[in-house]
Write a protein that binds this ligand. Structure first.
Ligand SMILES: [Zn+2]
Length: 168
């Protein structure tokens, strides 16, 4: 399996110029909007800026990441390459492994039960460890708590390290 599921181009100011692929999950028209509207974490923005700078220099930048759904573990690959006046970013679905049990986690806009999720490898911070969501749910009893769970997006220490390696 190696199908492009999402492709978009950005100009020098990271404004989205065109899209194709499966954007059915995107509710709004993204053309003309800034990519940074969708990347809220400053840490991730810095990492993307660094990767874009390398791609603008002519390098083909690629890395793998996780983008899980409630029903599947999805292994993705992002590729960033120079094209025309801007950059083309492609997200490719490499593999999707169904979960034994669908996950009923709901990201709520408010609530006191906060969990940090790594936006790159999709692990969850539990104490000092970063673990798969199943382990996170088990260890921190997220779903046994009546309060809504709110996900905070971050980047785990090992992904910070490997992404810095890419941009060094
Ligand atoms: Zn990570």
């Amino acid at each position: 399996m190696s199908e492009v599921i999402v492709r978009y181009t950005v100009d020098d100011d990271e404004v989205i110029q065109s899209t194709d692929g499966d954007w059915s999950l995107v509710e709004t028209d993204v053309i003309g909007t800034s990519l940074w509207d969708y990347v809220r974490s400053e840490t991730l923005r810095d990492i993307y800026r660094a990767l874009f700078a390398r791609a603008r220099g002519g390098e083909d930048v690629a890395f793998e990441y996780r983008c899980d759904s409630f029903t599947h573990r999805r292994f993705m690959r992002m590729r960033i390459a120079k094209s025309g006046e801007g950059l083309t970013c492609e997200s490719i679905l490499l593999d999707a492994i169904p979960r034994d049990e669908p996950l009923p986690i709901v990201a709520a806009s408010r609530g006191h039960n906060l969990v940090t999720r790594c936006s790159v490898c999709n692990t969850y911070g539990v104490g000092r460890d970063w673990v798969d969501v199943i382990d996170a749910v088990t260890a921190s009893r997220l779903l046994a708590d009546e309060r809504p769970v709110r996900t905070i997006h971050g980047v785990c220490p090992s992904c910070i390290q490997s992404l810095r390696g890419l941009t060094a």
